[in-house]
Design a binder for this molecule. Structure first.
Ligand SMILES: Cc1cc2nc3c(=O)[nH]c(=O)nc-3n(C[C@H](O)[C@H](O)[C@H](O)COP(=O)(O)OP(=O)(O)OC[C@H]3O[C@@H](n4cnc5c(N)ncnc54)[C@H](O)[C@@H]3O)c2cc1C
Length: 351
């Protein structure tokens, strides 16, 4: 997302931009829900991607008790969108000739005139700058600042997106239209409606974004990262390979812990999966002619739902400074001075 936003904003100020994506196939079906903060909506409009059929609007946030009664509520009109919808809107801003699938960054060399980037397929590209928008485990950052590693937060989430059509009528009537919180000790459950398959916003065709934060120390996480075939994974297990005993244990805990309506949502997830929560912040986000954006620059825990807005506004700021300076190096320094502290603030707020 930060790469697509960067391309859109840099092209607006007259730069020629190419996006190199490691994946060989179009990135679809990631399915995660994304909170539509005003900064994100503004950036979508400014980038030319727009906000057409962005998502599902909720009127308020509510908190439930164990019996499912609403104990607190706060009016907050917000559009809940999805990773897929944003990706589609942003992809449409890029000329396909400048979007390259199956190109995995390997190394960059630089001098005062620009960068020379080596890809895993053996290809080499030259440019004035390299923008590293390659996510929390960025290979670009790995070369520039190998000492910076994401830090495990001590908890993880079970998540998934059941179909609206599979939920019980009582669930649809009560929590489905709202942004819902349930806060048992040392845990957090949140849920909200999102678009269905292929960005479908029609009632009955949508999904529900379900997230359950739970505590696990590093040793427990390592044990959870052993898959159905006994293979140990370093960061997380691909959803289809998550062990059945873990899912069964999670379902058992849920029956004891969750209010009925949230339990209904959880039990209707066809393929629940685990995401461990990490964060990190970096003392600098520019390294000569290499500028980091989005999660590659700094990654906050997801409690504020601000990652996408940060990806967008990093990209916007980068273009603003490159537009405002004649000297590329001075522009990148100004970008670093503005955005590095903002990344810090967001990460600390998340903690
Ligand atoms: C549980 C959870 C919930 C979240 N909820 C929200 C939310 O509600 N709202 C919100 O705004 N954000 C949310 N986020 C965060 C959001 O998903 C990220 O902040 C956002 O995707 C960051 O975009 P990015 O472009 O920086 O990184 P990514 O989306 O990770 O993209 C990086 C891209 O780089 C590619 N890549 C990686 N390595 C290479 C390489 N070597 N060469 C070429 N390409 C490469 C990857 O394939 C990928 O396409 C959530 C995150 C999590 C984990």
């Amino acid at each position: 997302m930060s790469g697509l936003f960067s391309a859109a904003f840099l092209r607006q100020i007259g730069w020629d931009v190419d996006v190199y994506e490691r994946s060989r196939v179009e990135l679809v079906g990631r399915g995660a829900g994304i909170t539509g903060h005003p900064e994100l909506l503004d950036a979508l409009t400014a980038s030319g991607a727009g906000t057409d059929r962005l998502g599902v609007e909720v009127p308020k946030r509510v908190a439930l008790d164990r019996n499912g009664r609403i104990t607190d509520e706060r009016p907050l009109r917000q559009i809940l969108t999805s990773w897929d919808r944003l990706q589609r809107l942003l992809r449409a801003t890029i000329d396909p000739a400048h979007y390259h699938l199956g190109r995995s960054f390997e190394r960059v060399e630089q001098d005062e005139h620009g960068v020379r980037v080596q890809f895993a397929d053996g290809g080499v590209e030259q440019a004035d700058i390299l923008v590293g928008g390659d996510g929390i485990r960025s290979s670009v950052r790995g070369q520039m600042a190998p000492e910076l590693q994401p830090i495990y937060a001590g908890y993880y989430i079970w998540r998934g997106a059941p179909n609206e059509a599979d939920l019980e009528p009582e669930t649809l009537r009560t929590i489905y239209p709202l942004f819902t919180f349930y806060l048992p000790k040392h845990q957090q459950v949140i849920g909200y409606p999102i678009a269905g398959f292929d960005d479908d916003l029609r009632p009955g065709k949508r999904r529900y974004n379900f997230i359950w934060y739970r505590v696990a120390d590093a040793a427990q996480l390592r044990e959870m990262n052993v898959d159905e075939n006994g293979v140990q994974h370093e960061h997380s297990v691909p959803p289809p390979l998550i062990r059945k005993d873990l899912i069964a244990g999670m379902h058992k805990d849920a029956r004891e812990l969750l209010p009925d309506r949230l339990l209904d949502c959880l039990m209707k997830i066809k393929q629940p999966f685990i995401t461990p929560i990490y964060d990190f912040t970096a003392p600098q986000i520019v390294f000569g002619r290499v500028a980091m954006v989005g999660d590659a620059a700094a990654n906050a825990r997801p409690h504020m739902g601000f990652g996408m807005a940060k990806a967008a506004t990093d990209a916007q700021a980068l273009a603003k400074h490159l537009d405002g300076h004649d000297d590329v190096d001075a522009a990148l320094k100004a970008y670093n001075a503005e955005r590095q502290p903002i990344g810090n603030t967001i990460v600390l707020h998340g903690r």
